[in-house]
Design a binder for this molecule. Structure first.
Ligand SMILES: [Zn+2]
Length: 194
């Protein structure tokens, strides 16, 4: 097998149409979180990845910059978590590695679940101004069996103190947890490569 010299991650084909149909009226944190939870639910329904979704929005605006779902299994890629997809697509769309660039509006990441250790690091370096979380990490671990990894002590406070990222936790946590529960009931990802 020859080495490869490039790679691409791609969201499921059903994403663009759903995003189009749901955006435009996402005026507050709760409606943005409900949108993200719906993406996670559809990802489970379609069998296109894990029960997680995230999106980047302009703070205080309904404007969606990017959306992502977990595509780890279909992509054969352990880093393809929802937060990574949303952050990378926002950076690609805005043509910058720094979502905190002074020319940009303030940006927020809305995630259906608490970030794992990998996504915590990605958020740390992303430049976003705000993080909104649905299901807490202990609920994710209990309902899915996935591990979050060893997050630092006071991980949320450190994002606020060291990176000036405002954090909202446990928003629509029950609704977010219900998607995780459904995922477990279905026995995990059923990837259909057709
Ligand atoms: Zn993650």
């Amino acid at each position: 097998v020859k080495p490869k010299f490039d790679w691409t991650l791609r969201l499921p084909e059903w994403i663009p149409q759903l995003v189009e149909s749901l955006t435009g009226r996402l005026s507050d944190d709760a409606s943005k979180m409900a949108f993200v939870i719906e993406l996670a639910r559809r990802n489970v329904d379609h069998g296109t990845g894990g029960p997680f979704a995230a999106a980047v929005f302009e703070v205080g605006s309904p404007r969606l910059v990017s959306a992502g779902v977990n595509v780890v299994v279909p992509s054969s890629c352990s880093i393809a978590h929802a937060e990574i997809m949303a952050l990378a697509l926002a950076q690609r769309r805005l043509a910058t590695h720094d979502l905190g660039h002074p020319d940009l509006p303030n940006l927020e990441l809305v995630s259906s679940a608490q970030p794992c250790i990998q996504c915590y690091g990605a958020i740390w370096w992303s430049g976003i101004d705000r993080l909104v979380i649905g299901a807490p990490g202990d609920v994710v671990e209990r309902l899915t069996g996935f591990e979050e990894g060893p997050l630092p002590d006071r991980w949320a406070e450190r994002l606020e103190d060291d990176r000036s990222i405002e954090i909202v936790t446990d928003l629509l946590a029950d609704e977010a947890a219900e998607v995780l529960r459904q995922y477990r009931v279905r026995g995990g990802v059923i990837y259909n490569p057709s």
